[in-house]
Design a protein around this ligand. Structure first.
Ligand code: AMP
Length: 296
């Protein structure tokens, strides 16, 4: 799809790696720092928090909008994933974003494309790596490409996708990408529900159920802090999710915050992560489990 060329005082829309690379290189030559926020669009306050955090860290901000086909398995929601380009561009413009990078799938994956970035090790041995086989290779490959195309000084990622954040940190370090990965806290609605583009799929009734996920995580964190063993606390949480109306639970897990290896017991720190479905909508969430009462 072709987008109209913006007026000079408007956000610039780039659609090719070469165009983006030229723009970013020119900014760097001018002595400015550049930041990147990779997104799949359908922008909400969570995405906007990433942009705001990046504005404070760099001179220029690029936001990519690309619904990456390779991170969806067959049968997942790639074709019906919400696409709201006009609204997204208006939001980005309002936030003073310099460039919206909107490549098409054939530009990102031209005929003959045959390279993948696979992050191995403990980070991809559990949780969503099991529940969504191939997902993180799709994510690492597309984020790797975006980082190489823009070569930003800083790139922002949400804690909402905690396993993804750790995998991207690992990849950036392992491949010497020279980019600082800036983590941003999860933005939630007034009921604690983590904002997500997929929340648009929820009916009103399903939303009521979805709003219990963060509450059950908070309760489980409390039980962990009080000494309940990890597996027991997580099994209880999974049971509670099913009882209050979740249709299935992929996992509730208590893990080391850095390696994501399962923890048997709370010993001062850890991360509690969950993935569950309300109707057909898959939700993920996670919270830090610390010595103080977990804040949501
Ligand atoms: P997505 O468009 O869902 O691929 O997300 C793009 C980026 O926004 C990722 O780094 C996400 O972790 C981040 N993100 C999504 N939802 C939230 C949220 N509720 N709070 C903070 N960051 C978020």
């Amino acid at each position: 799809m072709a987008y109209p060329k913006p007026a000079p005082d408007h956000i610039l829309i780039e659609q090719t790696p070469s165009g983006l690379r030229r723009w970013c290189a020119a900014r760097r030559r001018a002595g400015e720092t550049v930041g990147l926020v990779p997104t799949m669009g359908a922008l909400h306050e969570g995405h906007l928090a990433l942009i705001t955090a990046l504005h404070a860290a760099v001179d220029r901000v690029v936001v990519s909008i690309f619904v990456n086909p390779t991170q969806f398995a067959l049968g997942e929601d790639f074709t019906r994933y919400p696409r709201t380009e006009a609204e997204d561009l208006a939001k980005l413009q309002g936030l003073g974003v310099d460039v919206a990078y909107m490549p098409t799938p054939d530009v990102m994956y031209p005929t003959g494309f045959a390279t993948e970035i696979a992050v191995n090790g403990p980070l991809t041995q559990g949780l969503d790596a099991i529940a969504r086989p191939g997902h993180f290779t799709g994510v690492a490959t597309v984020v790797g490409k975006l980082l190489l195309q823009a070569m930003p000084d800083v790139a922002a990622f949400g804690e909402k996708d905690y396993q993804q954040l750790q995998i991207i940190r690992r990849m950036a370090r392992d491949l010497d990408l020279g980019v600082e990965i800036l983590p941003v806290k999860t933005v939630r609605d007034a009921h604690g529900l983590a904002l997500s583009s997929r929340n648009a799929y929820l009916t009103d009734d399903e939303r009521q159920v979805a709003r219990q996920l963060n509450k059950i995580l908070a309760k489980t964190a409390k039980a962990l802090r009080a000494g309940t063993p990890g597996p027991e606390a997580c099994a209880e949480a999974a049971q509670s999710l099913l009882e209050i109306g979740f249709s299935s639970v992929d996992y509730v897990a208590f893990a080391d915050s850095d390696t994501l290896k399962p923890l048997a017991q709370f010993e001062g720190a850890g991360r509690l992560l969950a993935a569950a479905r309300v109707g057909n909508t898959r939700l993920i969430d996670n919270i830090a489990v610390g010595n103080i009462e977990t804040e949501l």
